[in-house]
Design a protein. Structure first.
Length: 330
């Protein structure tokens, strides 16, 4: 299957992962409302993810290839796990107390732009080019995010709001940077690992950082309460295992197509609506209104436009293949 024709299934997988990723925002917000320390919320997810992944590994290529890859280049695995898992999630949990789950979910959607902006820093081939159509749509999504933020804050953010916005924004850059960085590292070394193996490897490599954060959390807040343990386990299963594997599978399918890769990352914007719905149903949060609702609708429009761009490219690729076959037949 050509890279463009793989794009649409990859986008569909990314949308499915967004459903499971949304548990992150809703359950983390629930933990924050109950007084759980953000550092425990962050560390517990990945401490739980590792044993949850272990039973899957015999059916997903095994642990041995992952361990060989880590031993061959431990620095790269520590770097990209530190960026893509530790920095990403620690910052996201710190911001969870800043506002309703849909607001944090919406702000994270600057990742649609972040992934493309990271490309020139990572690649030295055609993937380093920032696709104009994809960049324009991603910028539209970011504009929707800003509308949501300002609408929720009645036109002005206080110091805490700006700090939370900065944390989520940095988190949104860290996640695609860590994912793309590891994919490029494996590509250069000629190592083939599937999505589950990559998630397991990054989780394993990030364990020292999570253990250190756990020790710090213990000194700050003591042991985590039972309710926080339960919420963290739910996040680990839904977002840490199911959603992350689906998302890594989707990005791996289109790693050679810059526009499609950006579209896959942008599909996570669906989390905004899912988080708003679940937050209203289970946490008593108000549905976004006025300017915030307008921003959410702009984000949704961006999702639809990105899907259209990918479908257009896939259709063009099919036409070119048919024309080539016709020329050869003649």
């Amino acid at each position: 299957m050509s890279p463009s024709r793989r794009a649409l299934p990859a986008v569909a997988l990314s949308l499915l992962s967004a459903l499971f990723f949304t548990a992150t925002y809703v359950l983390n917000r629930a933990a924050a409302l109950e007084g759980g320390h953000w550092a425990w919320t962050a560390a517990l997810r990945y401490l739980f993810v590792l044993p949850l992944l272990l039973p899957l590994m015999p059916w997903q290529g095994g642990v041995a290839p992952v361990w060989r890859a880590i031993r061959g280049a431990p620095g790269a695995w520590l770097l990209w796990s530190g960026v893509g898992f530790f920095l990403f999630y620690a910052l996201l949990c710190y911001a969870a107390a800043s506002g309703p789950s849909w607001l944090v979910a919406g702000t994270f959607q600057v990742t649609a732009l972040a992934g493309m902006l990271c490309a020139p820093l990572l690649y030295d081939d055609a993937r380093a080019r920032i696709p104009r159509a994809g960049f324009a749509v991603a910028a539209l999504i970011v504009a929707g995010v800003l509308l949501m933020q300002l609408g929720h804050a009645q036109g002005a953010l206080d110091a805490g709001g700006w700090l939370a916005l900065a944390c989520v924004g940095a988190s949104a850059f860290a996640y695609p940077l860590g994912n793309r960085g590891l994919l490029l590292h494996l590509e250069k070394r000629g190592i083939e690992l599937n999505a589950t193996q990559r998630v397991f490897g990054l989780t394993l490599a990030s364990q020292p950082a999570w253990l250190a954060l756990s020790l710090w959390a213990w000194t700050q807040a003591g042991p985590p309460p039972a309710a926080q343990l339960g919420l963290a386990f739910g996040v680990a299963l839904s977002a840490g295992v199911i959603a992350t594997i689906l998302f890594f599978q989707a990005t791996g399918m289109v790693r050679d197509n810059g526009t499609a890769l950006g579209a896959v990352e942008a599909m996570q914007a669906a989390e905004v609506l899912i988080a708003a719905l679940l937050g209203a149903l289970f946490l008593g949060e108000a549905w976004p209104r006025g300017q915030a609702l307008s921003g959410a609708l702009v984000v949704v429009a961006g999702i639809a436009l990105f899907a259209w761009v990918v479908a257009r490219d896939a259709a063009r690729d099919r036409r070119e293949v048919r024309a080539l076959r016709s020329d050869r037949g003649g």
